[in-house]
Unconditional design. Structure first.
Length: 432
């Protein structure tokens, strides 16, 4: 395992086709895709729902509150796992998340279609229903990579990113826009609950309770030695070092976490601005918002395909380049007032954005021992995702005060300032 650069050789990392031959990994990836489609519908539906029930609260503030709600309680739960020493089996966490999400979103859907959904009830439901969200996100990645051999890990991370891009920004928003137009945003809440149930079925079918993968030929002793031993649901789950303590021994990974945090933080005002930008500047509605997210996803699909071709490139330099190129996207978006032009800009943004998550996670996991995977990946996922509620909370007042166009420019300019910081932090050599 490389210790100095985190740069895999072109022969070390296997292609998407090789990864998908593993039936267990393919089954979990299918469930992940279906669940993310439901979440992608929510991206379109919740701003529309919020604008209907925000009352006296300014629209930008209300959207920021609703967007931030799913992250708050889930951050507390995930930090408890990442910073503590208790190891909850990833499979158990993922099942709990599916059940909780399905029940909560069904309840919110019933309240919405009967006209009883208030802003406070929506925020409370999102807060509770996503309590395991961050921990489960890390669990999906851990389970998928643990069922694969080490040379397949890069491809698994890339396919997880491809799932997210296709579902969250193409299939989900397009389907969500159609459902909102046909039946209202409340119907989409039921769709998200169904997505959670489909993921639950795939987990129960394809993810084993133990690390035995006899049917697929993976999970061998050699693979476990390489750092791909599967998490188990055994009662004696290890209580080892905290993720924070492990990261302190790997300064490059710790510095990269800081960079990822601020990259995500500076992106979040865009999510607050986008519904208002579509409604005001582009003079469109839910369908326009869905098309814009769909354009981002279409670009991200192309970017994900490039990830498969970039297996041998230096990952550190690639991450810094992505940050700089993405920063230009919101600046360019603020300069256009036509839906078609905005879709082109957002598609190019998706093309640039797509490789960031799979490359950063593959870089991180390549330097971890099996016992370190869950605490570090959970802490990493939480630390990077923590930027979301903070960025949304900050983005609401920013967009309210500056307007959508200026807010988009500010987001892009601040991200540009992150480039030299990222270069110094990530390119600096040091012990992982």
């Amino acid at each position: 395992m490389s210790k100095s650069t985190g740069v895999p050789s072109a022969t070390a990392n296997r292609s998407y086709r090789d990864v998908l031959r593993n039936k267990r990994v393919a089954g979990l990836l299918l469930g992940d895709l279906l669940a993310n489609i439901g979440t992608g519908m929510i991206i379109v539906a919740m701003p529309v729902q919020t604008l209907r029930i925000h009352g006296r609260i300014p629209p930008a503030i209300a959207i920021g509150m609703v967007e931030a709600a799913p992250f708050i309680l889930s951050t507390v739960v995930a930090l408890g796992i990442g910073l503590g020493r208790v190891r909850i089996p990833p499979r158990t966490l993922l099942i709990a998340d599916c059940v909780l999400r399905a029940l909560t979103f069904t309840g919110l859907g019933l309240a919405a279609v009967t006209g009883r959904l208030s802003l406070s009830l929506l925020i409370g439901g999102l807060l509770l229903g996503a309590a395991c969200r961050m921990a489960a996100a890390g669990s999906r990645r851990l389970l998928a990579t643990s069922m694969a051999e080490e040379p397949e890990r890069y491809g698994v991370n890339a396919l997880l990113g491809l799932n997210g891009n296709v579902a969250l920004y193409v299939l989900g928003p397009v389907a969500g826009g159609l459902l909102v137009a046909a039946g209202g945003p409340g119907v989409v809440l039921f769709a998200d609950a169904c997505g959670a149930l489909l993921l639950l079925a795939c987990v129960l079918r394809w993810v084993p309770r133990t690390g035995a993968h006899a049917e697929t030929g993976t999970g061998t002793a050699e693979a476990r030695t390489a750092g791909t031993a599967a998490p188990t649901d055994s009662a004696d789950a290890r209580q080892d070092e905290s993720g924070w303590r492990i990261l302190r021994r790997r300064p490059v990974a710790a510095r990269l976490l800081v960079v990822v945090f601020f990259f995500n933080f500076l992106y979040m005002p865009i999510e607050v601005a986008l519904p208002l930008y579509v409604q005001g500047t582009l003079h469109s509605g839910a369908s326009g918002l869905g098309l814009l997210w769909g354009a981002l996803g279409a670009g991200a699909i192309a970017g994900a395909a490039l990830v498969n071709l970039m297996r041998g490139l230096p990952q550190r330099h690639l991450l810094v380049a992505i940050i700089g190129l993405w920063a230009l996207c919101p600046i360019a978006l603020a300069a256009v007032d036509d839906l078609t032009a905005a879709m082109i800009v957002f598609a190019l943004g998706g093309l640039v954005w797509a490789p960031f998550t799979p490359v950063s996670y593959s870089f991180l996991q390549s330097g971890l021992r099996p016992s370190e995977q869950q605490p570090v990946v959970t802490l990493w996922t939480t630390g990077s995702a923590l930027a979301a509620p903070l960025g949304l909370v900050a983005g609401g007042p920013l967009i309210q005060l500056t307007g959508t166009g200026t807010g988009l420019v500010v987001s892009g300019l601040l991200t540009l300032l992150l480039v030299p910081i990222a270069a110094v932090s990530v390119l600096k050599r040091g012990v992982r």
